[in-house]
Design a protein around this ligand. Structure first.
Ligand SMILES: [Zn+2]
Ligand SMILES: [Zn+2]
Length: 271
């Protein structure tokens, strides 16, 4: 099985303190063939304020240093988790231009409310005893995801954690059945598939692999071919958690390959 983790963070992200060298060492110990570091560039910060900066110099220096140290023992790719592009498309394109040819992979993600609740990170919303607010969060996320895939196809390669609000909805004890959003999700998946983009299975450090079964079934049904796998590890201890289970789930839902990226071009690897 080709093991790869295409959603990981390092100390370039504001919420990680892990040197990339430590993350790469953990990847080697877990038997990965390929690792992509996808540090955060959130165009809305966690309080909802616009941000148009990413530390490319730091990210590239770290990447090239660790790549040289690895001496080919592990394929290392340079990615970016670009958050809230639909809220700030000009900033998104500016940041991507700065990455230039060095950039292998872009995850398109949403972590914030957009146009509601001061654009704040969903983490700060208390969903306890409020299923209507949970539905509103999922609807908001899907609305802006639809904008990303229809209007900003150059701003992502793989659609990151499309069910991100569920992390906090479930944290607060609300059971939200994703099947009530089947129609808008299928509409997004058709665009992702037809435009040759990928869907990410985000294991959330191994916690919710099974949530993806129905989503993979819909994506395949919509003509989806490219799927990337990511643990969202922010620490070496979480590296690749849930990746082999996610690969098995891919097989069970009819996929024969996992997708990796080089220079923003998909490459299929047999599972
Ligand atoms: Zn994310
Ligand atoms: Zn992430």
């Amino acid at each position: 099985m080709y093991l790869c983790d295409f959603h990981t963070h390092s100390l370039i992200s504001p919420d990680s303190s892990a040197p990339l060298a430590d993350m790469a060492q953990a990847a080697l110990e877990r038997g990965l063939s390929e690792l992509c570091v996808t540090d955060h560039c959130d165009l809305l910060d966690y309080t909802g304020h616009p941000n148009a900066h990413f530390d490319w110099a730091g990210a590239m220096a770290q990447f090239h240093q660790v790549q040289a140290q690895l001496q080919g023992k592990l394929t290392l790719r340079l990615g970016l988790e670009l958050g809230s592009a639909p809220a700030c498309p000009d900033s998104a394109r500016h940041i991507l231009r700065q990455g230039g040819d060095h950039l292998d992979f872009v995850l398109g993600s949403l972590h914030n409310w957009i146009g509601r609740r001061d654009n704040q990170e969903l983490y700060f919303t208390d969903f306890s005893n409020n299923p209507a607010l949970a539905r509103e969060a999922m609807e908001c996320c899907l609305t802006h995801t639809r904008t990303l895939v229809t209007q900003l196809p150059d701003c992502y390669d793989s659609l990151a954690h499309i069910i991100y609000p569920l992390r906090y909805i479930q944290r607060d004890g609300i059971a939200l059945d994703i099947r009530q959003f089947e129609a808008p999700i299928r509409e997004i998946f058709r665009v992702v598939a037809q435009s040759g983009h990928a869907l990410e299975v985000n294991t959330c450090r191994g916690r919710n692999v099974e949530d993806w079964r129905i989503l993979l079934t819909w994506f395949r049904d919509c003509g989806g071919e490219y799927v990337t796998l990511g643990s969202d590890a922010h620490r070496p201890e979480d590296m690749a958690k849930g990746i082999s289970q996610a690969a098995q789930l891919l097989r069970q839902t009819g996929f024969t390959h996992v997708t990796v990226y080089r220079r923003r071009t998909p490459v299929l690897r047999p599972l």
